[in-house]
Design a protein around this ligand. Sequence first.
Ligand SMILES: N[C@@H](CCC(=O)N[C@@H](CS)C(=O)NCC(=O)O)C(=O)O
Length: 231
Amino acid sequence: MIEAWTWPTPNGHKLHIALEELELPYKLVPVNIGAGEQFKPEFLAITPNHRIPAIVDPDGPGGKPIRLFESGAILIYLGEKAGKLIPKDPAARYICLEWVMFQMSGVGPMFGQFGHFNNYAPEKIPYALERYQNEVKRLHRVLDKRLSEAEWLAGDEYSIADIIMYPWLRFPERRNVDPQDYPHVKRWFDAMSARPAVQRGCAVLSEKQRQGPITDKERDVMFGKTQFAAR
Ligand SMILES: N[C@@H](CCC(=O)N[C@@H](CS)C(=O)NCC(=O)O)C(=O)O
């Protein structure tokens, strides 16, 4: 059974939704990233980058175990393993991968930086806030254009490209985004939200979500000395 080393964050939910959509049996291994569990030796043995999600599949290629980190690589692996959620048509397959890369290199990091400077930076830095707010809006415009011409990101077929994008489009108010400004993204988002597997995926480990403001200990683990210690 696939081990999902994970936590209820946007990047974790990509994995949870994919596993639910693909109906692959999995076992959750929660990694509390606020408490510093990502730095434990058993997790570092799976991912030198100490970020969730990561997986261990005892039945990997050639019947041998495989460990994987980086949500994009994991979703491509799972889609190929199940033979689903990646278009078979070669051109559509590349378009699917194009949007997976767009999420991994653009939406994830830029929305993440906006969130950091907006919610966690000890001081408000206008230049950083303006830069990442502009990027958040520009990336929404790119998505809105794509979804004005195609039902799903890869084209006619629902795919891992939609799954990888969705968790980062939740809670738009946290990014000062009004969904009415991006009607095609809204149409797609509502269709995604109605899928039972998406709902199940987003509920995974929800009981572990932090309630209330970040503590000093969590701040140190995520953004301070513990985070940046040489390992
Ligand atoms: N590019 C990575 C990003 C993973 C990532 O940033 N994960 C966050 C949670 S959403 C994490 O594990 N943070 C722990 C930390 O910063 O120490 C992926 O897509 O898998």
